[in-house]
Design a protein around this ligand. Structure first.
Ligand code: 5AD
Ligand code: FES
Length: 344
């Protein structure tokens, strides 16, 4: 039995097996990893790839994460906020384009306080009862998460960034707490959200041990979604001089996560598409089953600049959707725009 068969059957991996997979340059074993991860994804979700419409609400952020182009210390970042009406028109065009999941994402921006955000969620919920509402607004209080859930939100994405407290401390300023981030994820789960955690691949100071800790954390949390993409250096941040994460490491980790968690919703991220012209297609071939075309208004796209050279910043929502769909069809998969709920 091969190593990959074994991992697939056990749905578990040791630290040393992880290291072997990440360091091998044996093309056949990587191809076997890819084939088996895709096979597992296809067993659960067929050849369907779920599309979610992404709406980037705000480029303001009170945090100062060392990797992020939107960190508050970055005085060259262009800041914008969508108005309520901007958001509703994004949803309207998204709905028209067939999207049945709206992902509202933004920096941690006090402007989008509970009263504003609950109003927006409640209105979208009322207007589109058949749609899933996913939020990705960073760390908020339990009461806030509860109020947003009660207003109609279903899912919440909050990457844990790293399961190692020491590593977390090197990626974030001292005022940010690893424990607070981890607690937030457990709170979201308790409230009843479908949750997504995740991390960057190749972030500064990441090691096989921190990655192994990430996999163990995912096993504990049992999230419905896991968002991973390569670290991409962002100008005017403290990590501007660090090398980008590797596409090949990202693909291997996507495949490993698929083998360990056959049912998980796993996006082929924009960051992966940014580092390789076929990055998202490769992601799907390595077991990803979600893509998130951009629905944000075109005039603000380029300003949601968490890393450099982000793709999809020049296209209208319809173009972005058509482009994504075409790419996926070309590699033999079918895009679906229904809610695409977790199959637990
Ligand atoms: N490169 C890649 N991903 C990044 N993120 C933030 N900055 C970068 C970067 N420079 C990711 C983080 C965050 C998500 C919204 O984007 O993981 O959680
Ligand atoms: Fe924006 Fe970290 S700087 S989430």
């Amino acid at each position: 039995m091969s190593l990959i068969d074994d991992i697939r059957e056990r749905r578990d991996i040791s630290r040393d097996e992880l290291e072997r997979i990440l360091t091998t340059d044996n093309k056949e074993s990587i191809e076997e990893l890819r084939r088996q991860a895709r096979e597992v994804a296809t067993e659960v979700y067929g050849n369907k790839i779920f599309m979610r419409g992404l709406i980037e609400l705000s480029s303001h952020c009170k945090n100062d994460c060392l990797y992020c182009g939107l960190r508050r210390s970055n005085t060259t970042a262009v800041r914008y906020r969508l108005s309520d009406d901007d958001i509703y028109s994004c949803c309207a065009s998204g709905y028209q384009l067939g999207f049945r999941t709206f992902v509202m994402q933004g920096g941690e921006d006090g402007w989008f306080d509970d009263s504003r955000m609950c109003r927006i969620v409640a209105n979208v919920r009322k207007q589109y009862p058949d749609c899933a509402i996913t939020l990705s607004l960073g760390e908020r209080s339990r009461d806030s998460y509860q109020a947003l859930f009660d207003a109609g939100a279903n899912r919440y994405l909050l990457r844990h960034e790293t399961a190692s407290p020491e590593h977390y401390a090197r990626l974030h300023p001292a005022e940010m707490s690893w424990q607070h981030r981890i607690d937030a994820l457990w709170t979201l789960k308790e409230i009843g959200y479908q949750v997504g955690c995740g991390f960057m691949v190749g972030s500064p100071y990441q090691t096989v041990d921190t990655l192994y800790a990430d996999l163990q954390f995912i096993r504990q949390l049992q999230p419905q979604m896991v968002g991973i993409g390569p670290f991409i250096s962002a100008h005017d941040t403290p990590f501007a001089g660090f090398p980008n994460g590797k596409v090949s490491d990202t693909l291997r980790l996507l495949a490993i996560i698929r083998l360990l968690h056959p049912h998980v919703l796993l996006p082929a991220t924009t960051a992966l598409g940014t580092l390789h012209p076929q990055g998202r297609e490769l992601g799907i071939q390595f077991g990803a089953n979600v893509v998130m075309p951009n629905l944000s208004p075109k005039d603000h796209r380029k300003d949601y600049s968490i890393y450099d050279n982000k793709i999809c910043t020049g296209e209208e929502a319809a173009e972005c959707r058509a482009c994504t769909e075409g790419r996926i069809r070309k590699i033999g998969f079918e895009t679906v725009v229904d809610r695409g709920d977790y199959k637990g």
